[in-house]
Design a binder for this molecule. Structure first.
Ligand SMILES: Nc1ncnc2c1ncn2[C@@H]1O[C@H](COP(=O)(O)OP(=O)(O)OP(=O)(O)O)[C@@H](O)[C@H]1O
Ligand SMILES: [Mg+2]
Length: 399
């Protein structure tokens, strides 16, 4: 059995602008049940705000009927609509609409003042409402002392303080960045799920609409589609998957200039992953050589470096929760090549010393400068090749 909260039948809204009639809404039939989370989308001027004003009893339809919680409000007088609005609707706007130079607590108390609630009860309810949006420690802050997201949360607390069954939000995240938008949305989703509040929200953003259980599209005043989403996105989960705030401040790939900013520390596990990847690459090369029946020149090196780059990028991506910057790739390539030349190679050579042809050691002792130069050249070439492989893996794997 459906539990209808909102019912519009043949609703139209015309504005007479003097120079002509603007048909802001045309013949809208719509019903919304208690507990739904509806997103209204559509191009600018398609009638979304007009619809919200009617739903919120701020305006009345030119034609058609609007029934809210079994009350036919569309044709009621302004005063009668104000009473219904005060009892049933909480409104949230893009611009927050808080009173300046008035504390969060006083802003939230305001709707209760209109209802004649006693000062003590007002304060208690406003405090509870602000706590519900996580602002219990900002009661005495005025709007100019609050961030955009916090101001919007005060506005949500104000909309909630009368315990309305319906929350209307006209682009509540329009003035907020991605993270803060998600925070506000997660809050609205929680209120919808936990308290059963019906939410109708206007948005221009796909990501926001994706969090609704139903998306209604308007065009030129007509309702052109009404789609239910079986599995709406969970804003709280999306929020938890965002990189931590400071990662936003880090310059992106191309902007990373060595020496002009604080360097990120590369976790040791990235180098270990490189080592592991290199071993696996060597193993793969061995198998390939076996299959070929003879050693294929160069395959060991290429496979090793490919394995290193793949594993290192993968681990770095998990650790940093973003791609590696140019600076980080350069450092990984150089440090790992140094490690290989200074530690790994001598150790291996020592363990299997007999495998080094005596001519090589004799040459190195006789021409020390040349030997050092050869090492430096090897370091440069190895680092460069590793950097190239890391860059390719970084762009392929890490997005
Ligand atoms: N008070 C008014 N007087 C005259 N015309 C109006 C009035 N309010 C809205 N309109 C017109 O009605 C149409 C619908 O406006 P509405 O504000 O509902 O659009 P919207 O979908 O909310 O757009 P946006 O995404 O830009 O907020 C527009 O063409 C607008 O110019
Ligand atoms: Mg609008």
């Amino acid at each position: 059995m459906r539990d209808v909260l909102i019912r519009l039948e043949g609703v139209a809204k015309d504005y007479d602008t003097g120079g002509g009639i603007v048909r802001a809404l045309r013949d809208v039939d719509l019903s919304i049940d208690h507990g739904e989370f509806v997103a209204i989308v559509g191009t600018s001027g398609s009638g979304k705000s007009t619809l919200m004003n009617i739903l919120g009893c701020l305006d009345r339809p030119t034609r058609g009927t609007y029934t809210l919680a079994d009350v036919e409000v569309g044709s009621r007088s302004n005063d009668a609509r104000a009473i219904v609005r005060n009892r049933l609707v909480g409104f949230i706007f893009q611009g927050f609409n808080l009173l300046p130079r008035t504390t969060a607590l006083e802003n939230v108390e305001l709707p209760l003042q209109y209802r004649g609630v006693s000062a003590k009860a007002r304060r208690a309810r406003a405090e509870k409402s602000l706590a519900a949006v996580g602002l219990q420690d900002r009661l005495d802050h005025t709007p100019n002392m609050l961030s955009g997201g916090q101001q919007q949360r005060v506005a949500i607390a104000r909309a909630l303080v009368t315990d309305p069954p319906l929350l209307l939000a006209d682009e509540p995240t329009g003035n907020l960045d991605t993270r803060t938008s998600l925070e506000v949305l997660a809050l609205l989703q929680r209120l919808n799920r936990d308290m059963g509040i019906t939410v109708v929200l206007v948005t221009h953003e796909h990501d926001i609409a994706a969090c609704a259980s139903r998306v209604i599209t308007f065009r030129d005043g007509y309702m052109v589609s009404d789609v239910r989403q079986e599995q709406p996105k969970d804003a709280a989960r999306d929020l938890s998957e965002l990189p931590p705030p400071q990662a936003y401040e880090a310059p992106k790939d191309d902007e990373a200039i060595v020496g002009t900013r604080k360097r990120t520390k590369i976790p040791f596990v990235v180098y270990m992953a490189m080592f592991g990847g290199g071993l696996l690459g060597n193993l793969a090369a061995l198998v390939l050589n076996q299959i070929a029946g003879q050693p294929i020149p160069g395959v060991g090196g290429v496979f090793a470096i490919l394995g290193e780059a793949t594993f290192a990028t993968w681990i770095a991506r998990r650790r940093f929760k973003r791609r590696m910057s140019v600076d980080e790739r350069v450092r990984v390539a150089i440090y790992y090549s140094l490690f290989q030349l200074l530690i790994l190679a001598p150790v291996v050579a020592f363990v299997v010393l007999s495998k080094i042809p005596s001519s090589v050691t004799e040459f190195a002792t006789a021409h020390t400068t040349l030997a050092v130069l050869a090492c430096v050249a090897a370091l440069a070439v190895l680092s460069l090749v590793r950097f190239v492989f890391l860059t390719v893996a970084n762009s392929r794997l890490a997005r």
